[in-house]
Design a protein around this ligand. Structure first.
Ligand code: B12
Length: 217
């Protein structure tokens, strides 16, 4: 029963029906499904399939955009639910997060930000296509413990290294842990650019962020 509904959510993301995605997501919540279950088993598979179709030339950019819109609409509904389920009162740490300059991929970064905030971190989300100096000034202003850098393109990954270099120049590198992620990013890339942590997905991001906080104290 819930499998059918999750499969319908996947189909409606692929089919580019944002209104249906919202309606089905609401229905799933009402049925008592957990928000992360809806994300991981309904929405994300839909985005993955849409992405595969795009790679094979079966989908053009407008298809992908509308699939992403469906997922984003549903995320707006799910974010407060995620946060409500993990209500914590004392902040575990402060995180500045954003997608690096030249890259407008938003969904994964926002999901990581939401999950961190659901797990007690105070999160400052700078959005997408974030200029290096904006990362630096926000880290300074908020005295962030961790900066999360998202990159979804092989051409923009280099932006993660550039932020690290800018942090060194600004004398902030010792004060902030750098966490990197995004589809083309890997543990070995993280090590190569001198980041402190890498995670493949939002769940991993929480674990690594918690570990990095442990390493700070
Ligand atoms: C949706 C999408 C878009 C949407 C984005 C809409 C939006 N508002 O975000 C639109 C249509 C705008 C788009 C545009 C483009 N896209 Co696009 N896009 C995708 C797609 C299909 C899905 C991305 C997504 O949202 N996934 C769902 C989320 C939940 O997963 P995620 O982003 O990977 O995030 C998870 C992890 O990576 C990780 N994570 C992410 N960030 C962070 C940060 C930290 C700190 C940590 C710890 C973890 C972490 O945790 C997340 C949650 O689990 C991918 C293919 C794919 N399957 O990845 C292509 C893809 C990334 N796009 C691609 C391309 C080429 C483009 C364009 C250049 C297309 C074009 N020709 O114009 C443009 C680039 C525009 C730009 N300058 O950025 C390529 C990249 C190829 C490459 N290796 O460089 C991909 C891989 C598709 C492909 N196979 O060709 N895209």
């Amino acid at each position: 029963m819930s499998e059918d509904l999750l499969a319908e959510i996947t189909e409606s993301v692929i089919g580019g029906e944002p209104e249906t995605v919202i309606a089905l997501t609401r229905q799933a919540l009402e049925m008592g499904l957990e928000p992360m279950e809806i994300i991981n088993q309904g929405l994300v598979p839909g985005m993955d399939i849409a992405g595969e179709k795009f790679s094979r030339g079966e989908f053009f950019l407008p298809h992908l955009l509308i699939a992403a819109k469906g997922m984003q609409n549903a995320m707006e509904l799910l974010e407060p639910e995620l946060v409500a389920r993990k209500q914590t009162f004392k902040s575990v740490g402060t995180v500045v997060i954003g997608t690096v300059q030249g890259d407008i991929h938003e969904i994964g970064k926002s999901l990581v930000g939401t999950m961190l905030s659901a797990n007690g971190f105070k999160v400052h989300d700078l959005g997408v296509d974030v200029r290096i100096e904006n990362f630096v000034s926000k880290i300074e202003e908020t005295r962030a413990d961790i900066v999360g850098l998202s990159a979804l393109l092989t051409t923009t990954m280099i932006g993660q290294r550039e932020v690290i270099e800018a942090l060194v120049e600004a004398g902030l590198r010792d004060r902030v842990k750098v966490l990197v992620g995004g589809a083309p990013v890997s543990q070995s890339w993280a090590e190569e650019i001198g980041a402190d942590g890498y995670a493949e997905d939002a769940t991993g991001a929480i674990q690594v962020a918690q570990k990095l906080m442990g390493a700070k104290s």
